[in-house]
Design a protein around this ligand. Structure first.
Ligand code: CS2
Length: 502
């Protein structure tokens, strides 16, 4: 076996865990060992151990592919996180993970038993929007979801994250153990409440008492999580290997920025994540809405329209003045007015910072990656602000263009007539609509009437239908680059720069 990150002398510039990892206990069980979790919650937990001697360690659970878990075990559960700033790079090795389990390698029951161990105080989740088995437009459990149907039929052999959590809580209750906190770290509006509704409904389905016990005893704090973490590609791993001097298949690269806002409601304690910069608040909703609409909304806008305009990376869209201005205007003229920030947050400064983050040339964040799972993301990112503008009678041309971009994208054909690899749990339903309507403007009201994505009040609104159709037809006629350039006041000069340098 070759050298790993665990048995190599790494360059002196790399920050290593300087605490006794043998003292860590798996007090956190995390579901979803993806790039985002490694670069976010794992880093905060590592910093807590480093700075406070905290004994909070993480047991990673993977329900799907076993490749990463196998690699992680070979390197003593260590992995690297490399921050790519516009001008400098910093790598560190994360020591907070001490154990791992995989459904296929270790068996389903071993995962349930791990979650039921007495010291486990938090089960955290990064399972993406679709992992919650909810109807994205309402946040309610989607009873037709295949994983869910399978788990409701055979609850003791769960496949979904919800199924595992409910079985583990059932065991804890039977054994007289205190429950754990369920901590959603996914980009979903009201992620704590959505997770609670899904889990309580699921449990109640086959055991009313268990459902009531969970509702009364388990806490589900809401969180706002933020760090831009591009998917790890082969090229990214090669860059990391150059940086570290050794291959790290579990390594991840991300931007330097990191934010975590959490509701302080933990039934069995929590690490001192504030030592690493986490903010604890009573109500996370305003932060979550701000981030989803401003950051993620702009991201989706740039992803669909940018992809169609031929931009591979988000930073490429920021080098195009039409896109850069439109992203800023979308945030300031249509997303910001829909937010109720009563904590003094300066939204213009936030938008400026986002433009700077998007422009980071070191982060190769693909428009195609962000374009994935639009049917799950659009309601969170555009739905609430669209509802606001429908109610107040105000303009929403940027939002309309973003939605039109998504509709044009899921047609599966780009502006040169080449196929787009559309990844979305609803891809086949959307393709079917295209089959029935062809590519003309009549496809727009048909897609807007898909109730799991657009609540009827929005999808059936005449102004919404007209604006999105106009933008869609402009995309067909003029292409994405020209359509986006025509949205902002001055499409020839980069007025964003002149305005902010005043
Ligand atoms: C992105 C997010 O892929 C996407 O949909 O918008 O992953 C985004 O990078 C993060 O939410 C940033 O915190």
């Amino acid at each position: 076996m070759g050298q790993t990150i665990a048995d190599t002398n790494l360059p002196a510039t790399i920050i290593l865990p300087d605490y006794d990892r043998s003292l860590l206990k798996s007090r956190i069980v995390h579901l979803g060992f993806g790039a985002f979790h490694r670069a976010h919650q794992a880093v905060f937990t590592d910093s807590a151990a480093r700075q406070s001697g905290s004994d909070w360690g993480i047991c990673e659970i993977s329900l799907f592919s076993d490749t990463l878990i196998k690699a992680l075990r070979i390197q003593d559960h260590l992995f690297s996180v490399t921050e790519l700033g516009a001008k400098s790079t910093q790598s560190r090795v994360i020591g907070a993970v001490t154990e791992s389990l995989h459904a296929g390698l270790d068996g389903i029951q071993s995962i349930i038993e791990k979650m039921a161990e007495p010291q486990v105080a938090i089960v955290s989740l990064t399972i993406t929007e679709k992992g919650y088995c909810i109807d994205p437009s309402t946040g309610q459990l989607d009873r037709n979801n295949q994983l869910l149907v399978a788990d409701l039929t055979n609850p003791t052999e769960p496949q979904s994250a919800l199924g595992f959590i409910v079985q583990a809580l059932k065991l804890r209750r039977e054994r007289g153990l205190q429950p754990f906190t369920v901590l959603s770290c996914d980009n979903i509006q009201g992620n704590g409440q959505v997770t609670k509704t899904a889990i309580v409904e699921f449990a109640t389905h086959f055991d009313r008492d268990l459902g009531a016990w969970i509702a009364d005893n388990v806490s589900f704090p809401g969180t706002m999580v933020d760090r831009i973490v591009p998917a790890v590609t082969t090229a990214a791993l090669q860059d990391l290997e150059r940086e570290l001097g050794v291959a790290d298949p579990c390594g991840v690269a991300c931007e330097p920025f990191n934010q975590w806002v959490i509701e302080d409601d933990f039934v069995a304690g929590r690490p001192v994540w504030e030592i690493a910069g986490a903010e604890f608040v009573d109500d996370v909703a305003p932060f979550e809405e701000m981030k989803l609409r401003m950051l993620n909304g702009a991201h989706s806008f740039l992803a669909y329209l940018g992809f169609l305009a031929g931009h591979t990376y988000i930073s490429d869209t920021m080098a195009d003045p039409g896109f850069r201005n439109a992203a800023f205007d979308l945030m300031m003229t249509e997303q910001a007015p829909s937010l109720k920030m009563n904590n003094g947050t300066k939204l213009e400064a936030y938008a400026n910072r986002l433009i700077e983050r998007f422009a980071n040339p070191a982060l190769r964040h693909k428009t195609w990656q962000i374009a994935m799972d639009g049917s799950q993301k659009i309601p969170q990112r555009f739905g609430g602000s669209l509802r606001h503008h429908v109610h107040t009678g105000t303009d929403f041309k940027f939002l309309a263009a973003g939605i039109a971009g998504w509709i044009r994208y899921v047609s599966g054909t780009d502006e040169n007539g080449s196929a787009i690899d559309v990844r979305d749990p609803m891809a086949s339903e959307l393709a079917e609509i295209y089959k029935n309507h062809g590519h003309n403007g009549s496809v727009v009201p048909a897609i807007l009437s898909v109730k799991t994505i657009f609540e009827p009040e929005i999808g059936g609104d005449t102004r919404v239908i007209n604006e999105v159709t106009t933008a869609y037809e402009s995309l067909l006629r003029n292409g994405a680059k020209a359509t986006v350039a025509s949205l902002s006041r001055d499409n020839n000069t980069n007025y964003f720069d002149s305005r902010t340098s005043k």
